[in-house]
Design a binder for this molecule. Sequence first.
Ligand SMILES: Nc1ncnc2c1ncn2[C@@H]1O[C@H](COP(=O)(O)OP(=O)(O)O)[C@@H](O)[C@H]1O
Ligand SMILES: [Mg+2]
Length: 586
Amino acid sequence: MNKQQQPATKLGSWQVYKRLLVYVKPYWFFFVVSFLAFALYGASEALSAKWLQHVVDAIEQGALEQRTWLALAVLGIFLLRGVGTFVGNYAISHVGRQVVHRLRTELFDRMLTLPSSYYHQRSSGELLSKLTYNVDQVTGAVTNAIKTVLREGLTVVGLFGYLFYLNWKLTLIFVVAAPFIAVVVTIASKRMRMLSRRLQKSVGDITNAASETIKGYQIVRIFGGTEFERNRFHAASDRNRRQFMKMVVTQSLNTPAVQLLIAMALAGLLYIAMHPAVMGGMSTGEFVAFLTAAGLVTKPLRALTNLSTIIQKGLAASESVFEVMDEVAEPDSGHHRVERVRGELEFDKVTFRYREDRDAVLHELDLHIPEGKTVALVGRSGSGKSTLASLLPRFNAGWSGRILLDGVPLEDYQLHNLREQIALVNQQVVLFNGTIAENIAYGAMAGCDVEKVHAAAEAAHVMEFADRLPLGLQTEVGESGVLLSGGQRQRIAIARAILKDAPVLILDEATSALDTESERHIQEALEQVMKGRTTLVIAHRLSTVEKADMIVVLDQGRIVEQGTHQTLLEQGGAYAALYRLQFADL
Ligand SMILES: Nc1ncnc2c1ncn2[C@@H]1O[C@H](COP(=O)(O)OP(=O)(O)O)[C@@H](O)[C@H]1O
Ligand SMILES: [Mg+2]
């Protein structure tokens, strides 16, 4: 099986940007629209300088009859600008939100295929903040940056065009300032990228602290964790604030620094322009219009120099999103497919460790389970029972030795096909938002026969409490099923497994939350269900495993005993000792 992959390497800015542009491509039409709209906007800026030239000239020449068209012209110019702003903003935001939506859904889809080791290494808060906050930041690089390039860029082009047309030599003074501006911008954008990464991390910390406190609110309160959690959250939020302020400082220093450079260019310009030799060639209107246009150009120029800081924010976000997308999905290279396996299982010298650098959790396990038989795994907690069970659906990969299902190595099965063959009930029952019936007929079983759902609910003794609820099986069980007791939730999980009717059944402490009485009831139901399918039962209460065809005792990842209840008791070994212990307790 595949080795654990390394996290994705950091991509260069341009590579990240190119990759991002792939998402933008399908919306080229909206781009063209926004380009045209922002071109209108840019033209209106140049036109307003031109308009001023006409006004001043008209006043100077006493041509006051021109006031009608000059008044109409100003309305026209602002109408152009208004239309350009609206259409341009709309079109570019459309692109931006589409890209965010696609990135976000793709990220989620990727998360659905990542191996469990990925989830073991990361906090849910970190993953949640990637899906919510980081993805949203990408708009900086696509929408805001492109909007600035188009709107301010086209305005600058329009104004410069007009300036060149009026007096190209004077206009060249601006060019002198360019390299100085470039230096300031480069320094600012480097810092911005670094700060953005830290900001993202701090958002992850906030989500983490919050979600843990929300989920574990009872533990927090009873163990006096309120103060600790408060401090943790306040610290995370304060870190976030500080990172944000550092970004603001960077951005706010960038702007006036650039502004000062532009002002110096403007001062030089004015000084030279008012030289008699230069002024002579221009009308007053032209001169005023020239200075106005030169003044107008500073705002979009400044916005353009802010561009790279905006882009850096977006790139830092895209980077973190692409990092997840580049994670290797669960290995699924097998081609073997069957409608329904018989269920014969064979473990052949299986050794497993969670990480390369850790001790093995399972040592050279040999175990044969004939089809349709029930094997009970018992042993102290931490002995490796759940780990052994988790190998069957390939939740954990990378074992050595062989695990065969119907004589075929597990990794040769198509992952989806393999998992179709297995029903699982474990200790942590997960209930989804929806009704009890929807929770039983979950996933691929959604929309299955109502009768069947009912029968499964009956068999798992769900009806016992569902009948007492006003809406029966149609009762909403809410986000975390707070309405139900642990035992009731477990019964729903068992009903789900019964309904799946898979040839291999794994019950990992499936009845641990039930009282002895209910367990005995369900035990009968489960015995019915176990008939004709290969079952792996893990249970602490030995009374529930007595009837298993074979009992396997695990200790520190090794099989220390194996046999039926009767033979193991007679042997007087580990199992017999465990058994005596439990019944002495009662
Ligand atoms: N995701 C994991 N990463 C690293 N070690 C783990 C992980 N899950 C379990 N372990 C370790 O593997 C051993 C066996 O655990 P487990 O199979 O859950 O035991 P059992 O189900 O018998 O109580 C324990 O020492 C545990 O610490
Ligand atoms: Mg366990």
